[in-house]
Design a protein around this ligand. Structure first.
Ligand SMILES: Cc1cc2nc3c(=O)[nH]c(=O)nc-3n(C[C@H](O)[C@H](O)[C@H](O)COP(=O)(O)OP(=O)(O)OC[C@H]3O[C@@H](n4cnc5c(N)ncnc54)[C@H](O)[C@@H]3O)c2cc1C
Ligand code: FES
Length: 579
């Protein structure tokens, strides 16, 4: 049921090339170049697939990780609406548990041939802040660089670009858009070859990578690999988190910043960390009503002085930006509740009703607040996308403070595996400014290791990058002291809450799936199928690993997590074998 006729931001390019979509018999007009998810959201269609149990699911991560937005396009199932670029009229059907296998189009590509192997000097995985800088730097030093990214446009998460050039966009051109634009232009000018909309799905030792370029799977044998695969949002399960209309803060940001589409007219934003505040303001500036921002961390008090000082003395510009965000939240009258969480979300007619409670709840505290909204955005921080690195055997250590694995690297970004470098958030969530300078450092190191000499000014750029990196790391540590909060696992879940979204496994089923003898995460997977779904355990895996480790009294080291196996992201057999 559509929630509203159009969620497009006013002022978008007049006369934009439109594309006809038939969605379940309803005629919708999308914009050429935007994703199918953006067009459907703009038209108020948010129920995109149906699970085995008959539940509806919709756009959740918005970045190709969760697989909740799978639809059938022209009879071809398992297509991620958030990653599908609209380039022709199409007929779209809600996907049921098993995609239909009828009416598949004839094969459109040729088998991979021997001569088809990609052999760049440097392969860069990821076109975000880290990858673009690494690629541009290595290319300027003379390397033949191939950059692969599964998104239709480069820029990654921080530098995601608007569909239309800034002067035609419905959104004001800001420093993030302009910075990304300049970086992409710099990489192009340096001679980097971009493989857009291409997914790296397999990594095999010593250095063989499989890439699906949208037409065929190609083997890539680079001399050096720089992984800059970024991060995805951490899943914190609570009753109602699988309902269509509940999505990650990042998904709402992508809809808005890339496609000028509002995730909803009235939106509740909740979780932990600065991105929630930023996205709430971006939505408000674009015309959405923000019901409230719910923050798990406490209100910064006197004890925050040290963290603030750390931020001010390391990167004063970013610290002042944070202050400006808070002032704008106040000026706009957006309620900001600290030490609160969303306890549950349920359907309320065409809308959603969210219950918000203090956390931790004090004894006898009954101060639950209820919000009726059409969209709930949730962001509890990130998890590094380190599957490719782990598949290649790069060593990782568990960082108890940060709650995730961190890639072991030397000062140049070289991992424990020869010729494999890693930069940015995939190594341990350092933020965009750190990803940028790590990219410069690793890009030149990779080029040098190939015997190439730095171009004019590159030595100085790397020396500057090393100084900046120290400052950015100091800033980041101050920032997270400011937003320090308990790391929630299943505390908000009820026994009926889905922990594994893909395989529909509840908390109660997982609890009873633990074998009393071994308490192992592998056993619970075999007993319940949790982790065997299409997201390949990216959302439920960290929760299960933490539950198992705490039951066994062990630390959450690399062995406590499931080993990544190819394909690291789902891909059709036909696209692997090229038939
Ligand atoms: C959803 C989201 C929104 C964010 N928004 C902000 C923000 O507004 N402000 C802010 O300060 N920070 C934001 N962050 C954090 C910020 O994006 C990062 O700190 C910064 O982008 C890190 O840069 P990076 O190069 O490491 O990764 P990214 O910028 O995330 O780039 C990684 C790229 O790798 C690609 N990729 C990953 N795996 C594959 C694969 N197997 N095949 C092909 N391509 C692949 C992805 O498509 C992506 O484009 C956000 C993070 C997320 C996850
Ligand atoms: S949530 Fe996707 S496999 Fe469990």
């Amino acid at each position: 049921m559509p929630v509203t006729d159009s969620l497009r931001v006013q002022g978008a390019t007049p006369g934009t090339d439109s594309v006809a979509i038939d969605f379940q018999g309803r005629a919708i007009r999308g914009r050429r170049g935007e994703t199918l998810a953006a067009a459907l959201t703009a038209a108020g269609e948010r129920d995109l697939r149906e699970t085995k149990a008959g539940e509806r699911r919709g756009l959740f991560c918005g970045m190709g990780v969760c697989q909740e937005c799978l639809v059938e396009i022209d009879g071809r199932g398992n297509q991620r609406a958030c990653m599908t670029k609209l380039d022709r009229p199409c007929s779209v059907r809600r996907q049921s548990h098993l995609a239909s296998t009828v009416d598949l189009p004839p094969p459109t590509h040729q088998p991979v041939e021997d001569g088809d192997v990609l052999t760049p000097n440097v392969l860069v995985l990821g076109g975000g802040a880290g990858g673009l800088n690494a690629a541009a730097t290595a290319a300027r030093a003379g390397a033949r660089v191939l950059l692969v990214d599964e998104r239709p446009q480069p820029g990654g998460q921080y530098y995601k670009q608007p569909l239309h050039p800034a002067r035609h966009s419905a959104l004001p051109d800001d420093a993030q858009f302009a910075g990304g634009r300049a970086l992409i232009a710099e990489a192009e000018a340096a001679g980097v070859v971009f493989l857009r909309g291409a997914q790296l799905w397999g990594a095999f030792e010593p250095l063989e990578l499989m890439i699906f370029d949208g037409q065929a799977s190609r083997l890539c044998r680079p001399q050096r690999l720089i992984v800059a695969a970024g991060a995805y949002e951490r899943g914190v399960p609570f009753p109602g988190w699988t309902l269509p209309g509940v999505m990650t803060t990042g998904a709402a940001q992508t809809l808005l910043r890339s496609y000028a589409v509002l995730a909803g007219r009235r939106v509740l934003v909740a979780g932990n960390g600065p991105l929630n505040l930023q996205v709430a303001l971006e939505l408000a500036r674009a015309g959405a009503e923000i019901a409230a921002v719910i923050e798990l961390a406490g209100r910064p008090g006197v004890s925050a002085a040290a963290a603030l000082l750390k931020m001010l003395t390391s990167t004063p510009g970013l610290a002042m930006r944070g202050r400006a965000y808070l002032a704008e939240v106040k000026r706009r009258g957006i309620p900001l509740l600290h030490r609160h969480v969303i306890a549950s979300v349920e359907r309320a007619g065409d809308r959603l009703r969210a219950q918000v409670t203090p956390w931790p709840a004090a004894d006898g505290d009954a101060s639950t607040r209820s919000y009726e909204v059409d969209t709930v955005c949730v962001g509890y921080g990130f998890m590094p996308s380190n599957e490719i690195l782990r598949a290649l055997g790069c060593r990782h250590a568990f960082d108890a403070e940060r709650g995730h694995l961190v890639t072991e690297r030397d000062g140049d970004g070289l991992t424990s595996v020869a010729h494999v470098y890693a930069v940015g958030d995939c190594t341990g969530l350092g933020g965009a400014p750190a990803a940028e300078v790590e990219g410069i450092i690793a890009g030149l190191a990779a080029a040098r290791s190939l015997g190439l000499a730095p171009a004019a000014g590159q030595e100085q750029a790397v020396a500057r990058a090393r100084r900046q990196l120290r400052r950015h790391r100091r800033f980041q540590s101050g920032l997270w002291e400011l937003f320090r909060a308990p790391r929630l696992l299943t505390e908000l879940a009820s026994p009926e809450t889905m922990i594994c979204r893909c395989e529909e496994v509840t908390l109660a089923e997982i609890e009873s799936g633990f074998d009393p003898g071994t308490q192992s995460v592998g056993a619970v997977k075999r007993a319940t199928r949790a982790g065997m779904g299409r997201c390949q355990g990216r959302y439920c895996g960290p929760v299960l690993a933490a539950l198992a480790a705490s039951r066994r009294g062990l630390s959450l080291d690399e062995a406590a997590h499931w080993a990544p196996r190819p394909p690291v992201k789902p891909i059709r057999i036909a696209d692997i074998v090229g038939s």
